[in-house]
Design a protein around this ligand. Structure first.
Ligand code: GUN
Length: 284
């Protein structure tokens, strides 16, 4: 039976470090602020944004919320981002995705100054991550690396399988595992023999967005299983991409949903916001 990886506990440790850093910066007269932009009425986005604001309050970062209506135009959103780019009280800008269909997400991401891009979604920051020389961590993958470290298992030389190839999770996840000398396979909806490939993984990261996608027969005995999924079951309860009971039977370590990866994403966002403030103030 797998041990649970406690994302709440690991994220609390990261946030405690961030809180100390924020107060040390305040003593030096350096302000730390994060602008959080939400467009429209997506219920899940509303919950994530509230959690991000709550985390800011916990660690002493000032948050500025901009809630725009569903019918906001791309030009209006770009105008807001340009204003935030020029605002000295704002070190980090986070535009919650997804955006309403009339807005091109890439156009918005491209508009955010790379030095304020605390999601690390801007192509300049993605490029830095690709070459392994970066200040901003891709939040969810970096949080997952912390969770893997918490198990005491060294990624070096391990077979790592990432299921999902999104720009937010799958692709940067593969890069971070590679930087830690893992042997990495990325799988997706067109992958043949998915079950066999997953069943060879020492570290299996499920970032598919479909509940019950990873079943017990896809998990190697003793593997580390990281479930990035945030799905709802028929009763509206939050659940991951893994059939939890079956996977936990085989795995050595597994993340729960909720209480696994989710809290880590937010903790790493706090860390990136402090990094942005530090870089702006010229404090390494
Ligand atoms: N939507 C889902 N995850 C994220 C994230 O990490 N950042 C932003 N901006 N939007 C998201």
């Amino acid at each position: 039976m797998a041990k649970l990886i406690d994302g709440k506990a690991v994220s609390a440790k990261v946030k405690a470090q961030v809180r100390d850093e924020v107060s040390a910066l305040k003593e030096k007269g350096v302000h730390v602020g994060l602008a959080v932009v939400i467009v429209g009425n997506n219920q899940a986005s509303r919950v994530y944004v509230n959690n991000k604001k709550k985390a800011c309050a916990e660690v002493g970062i000032e948050s500025f919320e901009y809630a725009l209506p569903e019918e906001t135009t791309q030009a209006e959103l770009l105008e807001l981002v340009a204003k935030l780019n020029g605002d000295d009280n704002v070190n980090g800008i986070l535009v919650q995705l997804p955006l309403p269909k009339q807005i091109d997400e890439n156009a918005v991401i491209n508009e955010i100054l790379p030095e304020k891009d605390v999601d690390a979604f801007h192509p300049a920051n993605v490029g830095h991550i690709m070459i392994g020389d970066y200040s901003f961590l891709p939040c969810t993958p970096a949080g997952i690396m912390e969770l893997i470290a918490d198990t005491g298992i060294d990624v070096c030389g391990k077979k790592c399988v990432v299921v999902g190839r999104s720009n937010i999770v799958g692709k940067p996840m593969a890069m971070l595992l590679l930087h830690s000398n893992g042997t990495v396979t990325i799988c997706h909806s067109r992958t043949e023999n998915l079950k066999e490939i997953c069943a060879e993984a020492d570290i299996l990261v499920a970032a598919v967005g479909r509940r019950d996608f990873i079943t017990g027969d896809m998990v190697k005995e003793g593997a580390v299983v990281i479930d990035v999924g945030m799905n709802r079951n028929d009763e509206g309860k939050l659940c991951g991409d893994c059939k939890f009971d079956e996977c936990a039977e085989k795995a050595g370590f597994i993340t729960p949903v909720p209480g696994g990866v989710g809290p880590m994403t937010i903790a790493m966002l706090m860390k990136n916001t402090v990094t942005a403030a530090r870089i702006k103030a010229g404090i390494a």
